[in-house]
Ligand binder design. Structure first.
Ligand code: NDP
Ligand code: CU
Length: 412
C-alpha cells in the first residue's frame, strides 16, 4: 500500500466518522463564514467554474471562487452526501452534469483516480482542465500528472496550476510567502483563462511556459528550503576555516613553542573568537554581489542585460546570508555575555583549590573541573543559540523567507 493510499484511507475513515456539522465547518476557526470570504454577487457573464471532487481542496477552492464572484458547479460521485459541505451558492451535482455545464474544470482528485474520469471525455471536449495535483516524491523520469491527465483527455486543454497553494491558504487568503501560483500549459487560451482566475482570487500567477514544465512545478513543493543550502554551507565552511586557524594560533602554537597547555580554550573561547570573523565575512558576502553587479552594469553601460548565472544566484541568496551573519553575531553576543560569569566561577574554583592545596590535598581535580565547567557552559550556550534561532525564525518576516514554497524569480 502506497503512502498516499494509506493517507487517503485514514482521511476517508476520519471523514466518515466525522458528523456532517463538523465537516461543514471551515478548516480555519473564526465563525462558519469568515468575513473576508463573504459572497460577492455573481455576474452571469463570468465563466461557470466546475470542480471535480469534494475533498479539502475542492471545498476551499469553491468557497474562495464563490467569494470572488464566480459561479461554481461541483461534480461528485455522491452529490447528495456532499452538498451540505459547500457554500449555498455552489451547485453540487453529478460529475457528468458538472462537466457538461462548466466552462472550465478544476480536477481536485488524486491522480490515482484520474482514470475514473475517462467517461467524461465527451462533455469536456474543447474545455480547459486544471490539474492541481501534487506528488509525494520528487519525480525526475516519470511523466507529470498534468501530462497524464492530458493523455486521458486529448481533446481538452490541460493547465497545471494551484498545486503550490494549500487548501489552508485558499481559505485564509494569500500570504506573502505563498502567493505565487506557478502555471503552465500548451494552450495559451486556456492558460490566460486560468491566469485571470488566479488574479481574481488574489494570487500572483507566474507563467512557467509549456506543459512540459509541469514536472518541475509538481516537484517544487517537495524541495526543502531550496534557497538555504548554499548560504548555510558557506557559513559552516567559513566557521571551520576560522576555527582551524584560531586552533593553530591559540592552542597548537603555544603548546609547540612554549609547552603551554591552552586546551581549555577549545569549547568556549575559541568558538567565541571564531564567530565574529564568520559574521563579518558573511556580511561582506551580502554586500559584495551588489558591488559586483553595479560594477558590471557600469562597465556594460546598461542595466538591461542579464547577469551571469552565478551572480544571479548569489544576489538571490543575500537575505539568507544576512540572516546567517546575524545568527553568528547573536551567538557571539551570548558567548561574550557568558564569559564574565565563567571567569568568576573559575576564580571560586581556584580559590577552593588553593585552600585545599594549603591543607595538603591532591590538586589534579582542578583541571578536570575546569574542563567540565567549560563543557557544560558550551552546551548551555549552544542550546540558547538554537532557541534564539527558533525564536527568530518564528518572526513573520523571517518565517516567510523560510517558507518552503518561496520562489525568487529575477526579472529578465
Ligand atoms: N489538500 C490540499 O491542501 C491540496 C491538495 N492538492 C491536490 O488536490 C487534489 C485533491 O486533494 P484533497 O482535496 O486534499 O483530497 P481529498 O481526499 O480530500 O478529496 C479527493 C476527492 O476526490 C473525489 N474522488 C473522485 N473519484 C474518486 C475515487 N475514485 N476515489 C477517491 N476519491 C475520488 C472524492 O470526491 P467525491 O467522493 O465527491 O467524488 C474526494 O473527495 C490532490 O490531487 C492533491 O494533490 C493540491 C494542493 C493542496
Ligand atoms: Cu566581539
Amino acid at each position: 500500500m502506497s503512502a498516499r493510499q494509506k493517507y487517503t484511507d485514514v482521511k476517508k475513515g476520519a471523514q466518515d466518522r466525522m458528523p456532517q456539522e463538523e465537516m461543514k465547518k471551515p478548516l480555519i476557526l473564526g465563525g462558519a463564514s469568515p468575513r473576508h470570504l463573504k459572497t460577492s454577487i455573481s455576474d452571469p457573464s463570468t465563466p461557470l467554474v466546475g470542480i471535480m471532487g469534494t475533498g479539502d481542496f475542492s471545498r476551499s477552492l469553491a468557497t474562495r471562487l464563490v467569494a470572488s464572484g464566480y459561479r461554481v458547479v461541483v461534480g461528485s460521485r455522491n452529490p447528495k452526501r456532499c452538498a451540505s459541505l459547500f457554500p449555498e451558492e455552489a451547485e453540487v451535482t453529478t460529475q457528468h452534469q458538472a462537466a457538461t455545464q462548466a466552462d472550465l474544470v478544476f480536477v481536485a482528485l488524486f491522480p490515482e483516480h484520474y482514470s475514473t474520469l475517462a467517461g467524461l471525455r465527451e462533455p469536456l471536449v474543447g474545455k480547459t482542465l486544471v490539474d492541481v495535483s501534487n506528488g509525494t516524491k520528487i519525480n525526475r523520469d516519470k511523466q507529470s500528472y498534468a501530462e497524464q491527465l492530458a493523455n486521458i483527455f486529448p481533446e481538452s486543454s490541460v493547465v497545471k496550476a494551484f498545486n503550490v497553494i494549500s487548501a489552508w491558504s485558499l481559505q485564509t487568503g494569500p500570504r506573502d510567502g505563498s502567493r505565487q501560483v506557478l502555471i503552465c500549459s500548451d494552450s495559451s487560451r486556456a492558460k490566460s483563462a486560468v491566469l485571470q482566475i488566479c488574479r481574481s482570487l488574489g494570487f500572483i500567477p507566474v507563467d512557467m511556459g509549456r506543459l512540459s514544465s509541469a514536472q518541475e512545478i509538481e516537484n517544487t513543493p517537495l524541495y526543502l528550503f531550496p534557497s538555504w543550502r548554499v548560504p548555510c554551507l558557506s557559513t559552516l565552511c567559513l566557521f571551520f576555516f576560522f576555527y582551524a586557524y584560531n586552533f593553530l594560533r591559540d592552542v597548537v602554537h603555544p603548546y609547540a613553542t612554549a609547552g603551554k597547555s591552552k586546551f581549555y580554550k577549545i569549547p568556549v573561547e575559541m568558538v567565541n573568537v571564531t564567530l565574529p570573523s564568520v559574521a563579518l565575512v558573511t556580511l561582506a558576502l551580502v554586500y559584495l554581489p551588489g558591488l559586483v553587479a553595479a560594477f558590471l552594469q557600469l562597465s556594460w553601460g546598461t542595466k538591461y542585460r542579464r547577469f551571469p548565472n552565478w551572480l544571479d544566484r548569489w544576489l538571490q541568496q543575500r537575505k539568507q546570508l544576512g540572516l546567517c551573519a546575524f545568527l553568528c553575531a547573536a551567538l557571539h553576543a551570548v558567548y561574550s555575555l557568558c564569559l564574565p560569569m565563567r571567569r568568576s566561577a573559575r576564580y571560586n574554583l581556584l580559590n577552593t583549590a588553593f585552600k585545599q592545596v594549603k591543607v595538603g590535598q591532591e590538586d589534579s581535580w582542578v583541571e578536570e573541573e575546569v574542563w567540565r565547567m567549560e563543557l557544560y557552559l558550551s552546551i548551555g550556550i549552544l542550546a540558547l543559540g538554537l532557541l534564539s534561532l527558533l525564536a527568530i525564525s518564528s518572526l513573520p518576516t523571517v518565517g516567510n523567507s523560510l517558507n518552503w514554497r518561496e520562489f525568487s524569480f529575477v526579472q529578465g
